[in-house]
Design a binder for this molecule. Structure first.
Ligand code: SAM
Length: 270
């Protein structure tokens, strides 16, 4: 657990203003949210067909991706950036089911994540939670709870799951590039993002998110792929989340609206 003590209530907690983490928790049917978050989630559900399903799909691909990284790629260090509020099958639970000593650091800008993570992880010496802004890679990578816990000379899985679309276009290349540069060969980058394949719902969601939560950008598949730099994409590349190594067969020609909101990819640093 982080050495930083979590305060309750966190000093900058505003119940009346929705946050990304809490609205997403409301979408997933969680309990760590307030009326303003639920109202925004409901508004977005009414305007974006399949939104709730897409959030569930995003969690499912997170589980499959972390399992792949821990089991098949043999990674035992995870830096989960924009980790969100704890829900079912969190990164550390999936990774540590494969390797009980896998190290996981959760980073999120929302102070509630630290509060809830602290309760969940009180007895877990291999998992930490840090409050930080992903847009500041130097501060994140130099944070004592990260730099002193993750060995960057060994492979790391860096996760920007459900997070890339909160990085504005004018900073995202530089920010993601800084994280890629900090990783040693054999490390992995795992990203999911709101996508723009020309469906109105995709840009509608980006707009609703931007208007209510300040950030929110839908990217084309090519733009998402560009953020992997020269890392080598593992099969099947950058695809709709439901199609990334599904547990059960999925018909790519019959995706529901919710299955067409986000894409996922994992790539390895050569
Ligand atoms: N990674 C989880 C998942 O995929 O289920 C949570 C995704 S949630 C949609 C996005 C998370 O990113 C939220 O918890 C939000 O607080 C966090 N976030 C957004 N911008 C951030 C930033 N600049 N720095 C750190 N966290 C950020």
């Amino acid at each position: 657990m982080s050495e930083k003590q979590a305060e309750w209530p966190p000093p900058d907690l505003d119940f009346n203003k929705p946050t990304i983490a809490r609205a997403y928790d409301a979408l997933l049917g969680g309990k760590d949210n307030f009326a303003a978050d639920r109202a925004l989630a409901q508004y977005a559900i009414e305007h974006v067909p399949g939104l709730r399903e897409s959030a569930v799909e995003n969690r499912k691909v997170l589980v499959r991706g972390v399992r792949y990284l821990a089991r098949e790629a043999g990674v035992d260090q995870f830096l989960d950036l924009g980790s969100g509020l704890p829900t079912v099958q969190n990164t550390h639970e999936v990774a540590q089911a494969e390797n009980p000593e896998a190290r996981v650091v959760y980073v999120d800008i929302d102070p509630l994540v630290l509060v809830h993570g602290r309760a969940l992880l009180a007895n877990n010496q291999y998992t930490r939670v840090v409050t930080g802004d992903v847009r500041d890679p130097e501060a994140i990578l130099g944070h004592p709870d990260i730099a002193g816990f993750i060995d960057f000379d060994r492979p790391v899985a860096l996760m920007l799951v459900g997070m890339l679309h909160y990085l504005a276009p004018d900073i995202s290349d530089e920010v993601v590039g800084a994280y890629r540069d900090a990783l040693c060969p054999g490390s992995y980058l795992f990203m999911t993002s709101l996508v723009d394949t020309g469906l109105p719902a995709q840009q509608d969601l980006a707009r609703i998110t931007r208007e209510n939560l300040e950030e929110g950008w839908a990217r084309t598949p090519e733009e998402i792929e560009r953020h992997f730099g020269d890392f080598e994409l593992v099969d099947p590349g950058v695809v709709f989340t439901a199609l990334w190594r599904p547990d059960d067969p999925v018909d790519p020609d019959n995706l529901s609206p919710g299955e067409q909101l986000g894409m996922a990819g994992i790539a390895r640093k050569p």
